[in-house]
Design a protein around this ligand. Structure first.
Ligand code: NAD
Length: 453
């Protein structure tokens, strides 16, 4: 059977490399659609968890995972053996920036080299990791063609960006995809494959570069707009205008406006990083992506602004930061998720400690926080305190960095909805001495001890 028929009959064997926030939900969804899936990860602990049906990603429930692992529709491996037999290989590995904000494509390089070792005729390889335009053609293609196999004839190569939004309730299959192949046949096969499990549709594009650029456009759009609103938040703070009120008011316009909200810093593995993949690539063309650089600069300044706000709030109440007890509420980069990557907490908590504050934090999703003070030395590890509104009075100031809705206690719950503890931000405002709220978690403006930005 050729690949097209294997896809149509759901007989194609699929391998997903990288079982993280993107790879695990993807592997589960493809297995649910009826394909046999092998998940591959270098972290043995993750592989063992998957095979036991224990999910470590909030967006995939263990129940859902067990449904596909029980009958071996999804099996995880800590080696690359499944690549030989796979008909379709998806790459979902990280694409971070290094300490100098230069793209670190080493994960893509090493994965491409592993695929090349066993590449055979008829295989389709799709890169899903977010990256700069040109990566698929310049980094993956030459490594795969080293074995004298020709793309578009012997094997197929495409890029299709993942659009997962952790914590968003919209279902995986309801998010449309874009796909761009190296050749027309590559695009066609990748499109046929994604159509098998995405009801929202697949848009074929003219090239891998167009698909890579689409993903960067989406994330740059968010970076620039959130940074713009953050800049306005700084200015509104100076004028004593409530930015949150202004955004709500602007939202009443039925067209031409889309709300973005202030934050102590844009976090996560995508929005603050991917646009810098583009600005890196642009320099190769003697081009400077000034919006991205400016947005990045504002984003990096936000934690300093938060510190300034804390100092002035304490000062107004005749207190110094040094010696104050501060509770940081939420350290995930956004609400209701267990991901702290690029969170403002990594800038703000070490700064508060350095200035002599005593800091605790609470986050039901992040039990411990490893802080690096400088680039060398052992990280300092903080552990989340237990949730208890009575303890709020022990702190001079509560800093809301993440407005989690609440948390679920699976040990006590009989059903998914039971035993969900919803946070009462009015109670938090009433029981705390002072609050700096960076997320508009405390909605009512009647509290004199709460400072918003
Ligand atoms: N997290 C998101 O919300 C999101 C959304 C859309 C796109 N993306 C993009 O998807 C890609 C993956 O992101 P993620 O958040 O899933 O990262 P992640 O760190 O959660 O997961 C990546 C996984 O790949 C594994 N891995 C690394 N190198 C490997 C190798 N050589 N072989 C096998 N496994 C390997 C890691 O152990 C890890 O489990 C990134 O490019 C990211 O920008 C992420």
């Amino acid at each position: 059977m050729d690949l097209s028929s294997l896809i149509k009959n759901k007989k194609a064997k699929v391998a997903v490399i990288g079982l993280g926030y993107v790879g695990l939900p993807t592997a589960v969804e493809i297995a649910k659609a009826g394909f046999k899936v092998s998940g591959i990860d270098i972290k043995k602990q993750r592989v063992d968890s998957v095979n036991k049906g224990n999910s470590y990603i909030l967006d995939v429930s263990s129940k859902e995972l067990k449904e596909v692992t029980r009958d071996k529709r999804l099996v995880a491996f800590d080696n690359y053996q499944p690549l030989k037999k796979a008909d379709i290989i998806l790459i979902c590995v990280p694409t971070p920036l290094d300490k100098n904000k230069v793209p670190d494509v080493s994960y893509i390089v090493s994965t491409a080299e592993k695929i090349a070792e066993s590449l055979r005729k008829g295989q389709l390889v799709v890169l899903e990791s977010s990256t700069y335009p040109g990566t698929t053609r310049e980094i993956i293609l030459p490594r795969l063609e080293k074995n004298k196999l020709k793309v578009g004839r012997d094997f197929f190569l495409a890029f299709s960006p993942e659009r997962i939004d952790p914590g968003n309730k919209i279902k995986f299959k309801d998010v449309p995809r874009v796909v761009g192949g190296i050749t027309r046949k590559c695009t066609q096969l990748a499109t046929e494959f994604y159509k098998c499990f995405l009801s929202a549709g697949v848009a074929p594009l003219s090239s891998t570069e167009a698909a890579e650029m689409t993903k960067i456009l989406e994330n740059t759009f968010r970076l620039v707009n959130i940074s713009m609103i953050n800049e306005l938040a700084l200015f509104c703070g100076k004028m004593g205008i409530d930015i949150w009120e202004v955004i709500e008011a602007a939202k009443t316009k039925p067209y031409g406006f889309m709300p973005f909200y202030p934050s102590p810093k844009i976090g996560g593995h995508c929005i603050p990083l991917d646009p810098f993949y583009l600005s890196y690539k642009a320099k190769e063309y003697n081009f400077w992506t000034r919006f991205i650089e400016l947005a990045g600069e504002i984003n990096e300044q936000m934690p300093h602004y938060v510190i300034t706000r804390i100092i002035s709030v304490l000062n107004r109440n005749k207190k110094s930061l040094k010696g104050s007890r501060i509770l940081v509420w939420g350290v995930a980069y956004k609400k209701d998720i267990a991901d702290s990557r690029e969170s403002a907490a990594f800038d703000i908590v070490p700064d508060l400690l350095k200035r002599g504050a005593e800091v605790d934090y609470f986050d039901p999703f992040i039990p411990k926080l490893e802080l690096r003070n400088g680039r060398i030395g052992k990280p300092q590890v903080l552990k989340s305190i237990e949730y208890n509104p009575a303890c709020l009075k022990n702190y001079d100031l509560v800093l809301i960095l993440t407005d989690h809705s609440g948390f679920h206690c699976p040990s006590k719950a009989k059903s998914e909805k039971e035993n969900t503890v919803l946070f009462d931000y009015d109670e938090l405002a009433k029981k705390s001495k002072l609050v700096v709220d960076t997320r508009n978690a405390v909605k009512s403006r009647k509290y004199k001890n709460v400072s918003w930005f």
